[in-house]
Design a binder for this molecule. Structure first.
Ligand code: GLY
Ligand code: MN
Ligand code: MN
Length: 373
């Protein structure tokens, strides 16, 4: 698996230190695994990072010792701590935090469990110097929202492979096949084009099941005239790409054809609304207005898109404006999906999803598959 070159990690560390200084934090306890992968290049199922003024300490257990030491040899400023077999990650993290001494250290309040927080706070209280844990939110996620050129390269490659997979496999969904059989074919195709794994459980929703946006795949058999929503994605070198096409089995009838055209028009309007400095919610608004104009406002029951990166759903949120949530302004290098849909309970539904990158002049499609198949 390819990882970002060391200079990208050095740049990420510098941006992180600037964020910590702006927040008047001496350090940061990082427990979110995608954030740890972003800062160290280590993709582990268990790991903890303590960012201190002196170093970035990557705490792992014996299973990841060798991989972590390889990362240490690559990245200046990274120091590996292997937790002793009889010890806990909290014990090692508390020891690293105590070295920081007096000061405020942020923790990721969206991620750290209450139990782990209590364990750490208890150990710090015994350690002597006054290291205070302070709740923080989204510090590393803010860095991740704008992709560097290496990340954009991986996402571009992933989107090209996903498009190849889609073009090959979608025409093979035929009347009589079960949704599960179609999903198995899609997942085999994702492996064939080189993805490490699917990015999420593949959705194949046929007939009335297509009215459920996050249905998965069941035993129903595809029948002539059905709308079939196929939503699938892959992970390549740790980065997620995501695509949906809706087909009709056999020749489309008028109602199905019109629905697909309205959804495609909403996606095109969303794409046109993208621009550096514009609000992410304006992109959602553009798609929503098209569907409202077609009498499908109520049927569009989710947001227009979501950021893609180390997670399949990350910032920016391309959804409706909400009073309690700060609007995000689009920046060049953001990568997200555009996936409007319309769902009619008991009848069916349609979604069309592609991946885009924001550029200085607007946006560029990363996925490339005919929309009205
Ligand atoms: N299937 C997940 C998504 O499209 O967001
Ligand atoms: Mn999506
Ligand atoms: Mn999707």
């Amino acid at each position: 698996m390819a990882v970002a070159p060391p200079e990208h990690h050095v740049a990420r560390q510098a941006r992180l230190r600037a964020e910590l200084s702006a927040a008047s934090l001496e350090g940061l306890l990082v427990t979110s695994l995608p954030n740890i992968a972003y800062l160290t290049g280590l993709f582990a199922s268990t790991a903890t990072v303590v960012v201190s003024p002196a170093a970035i300490s990557l705490i792992v257990d014996g299973r990841y010792a060798e991989a972590a030491h390889a990362r240490q040899r690559e990245i200046p400023g990274l120091r590996v701590v292997v937790a002793p077999p009889a010890g806990s990650a909290e014990e090692s993290a508390a020891a690293q935090l105590a070295i920081i001494g007096n000061g405020r250290v942020g923790f990721e309040s969206d991620n750290l469990s209450v139990r782990r927080h209590q364990d750490l706070a208890g150990r710090l209280a015994l350690a002597g110097p006054e290291t205070r844990l302070e709740a923080s939110q989204g510090i590393v996620e803010r860095l991740r929202v704008v992709k560097d050129d290496w990340e954009i390269g991986r996402l571009r490659e992933g989107a090209a492979r996903l498009s190849d997979a889609a073009k090959c496999i979608i025409p093979k969904a035929l009347a009589g096949m079960s949704e599960r059989q179609v999903a198995a074919g899609i997942e085999a195709e994702l492996r064939r084009v080189g993805f490490d794994k699917p990015a999420f459980d593949t959705i194949v929703a046929s007939g009335p099941n297509a009215a459920m946006p996050h249905y998965r795949a069941g035993d129903r058999r595809l029948a002539d005239g059905d709308l079939v929503v196929m939503d699938f994605g892959g992970m390549l070198d740790g980065y997620a790409v995501d695509l949906t096409r809706t087909i009709t089995v056999g020749r489309p009838r008028e109602r199905e054809r019109q629905l697909l055209e309205h959804v495609a028009a909403a996606q095109a309007a969303a794409f046109q609304a993208i621009g550096v400095g514009k609000a992410a919610t304006a992109v959602d608004d553009a798609a929503r207005r098209v569907l409202e104009g077609a009498g499908l406002g109520e049927a569009f029951s989710h947001g227009t898109g979501h950021g893609l990166g180390l997670e399949v759903h990350e910032r920016p949120r391309v959804g409706r404006w909400r009073a309690e949530q700060a609007d995000e302004r689009l920046e060049a290098g953001m990568v997200f999906t555009l996936e409007p849909g319309a769902y009619i309970a008991g009848w069916g539904g349609a979604r069309i999803e592609d991946d885009v990158v924001v550029t200085a002049g607007g946006a560029e499609w990363l996925t490339d598959v005919p929309r009205l198949l």
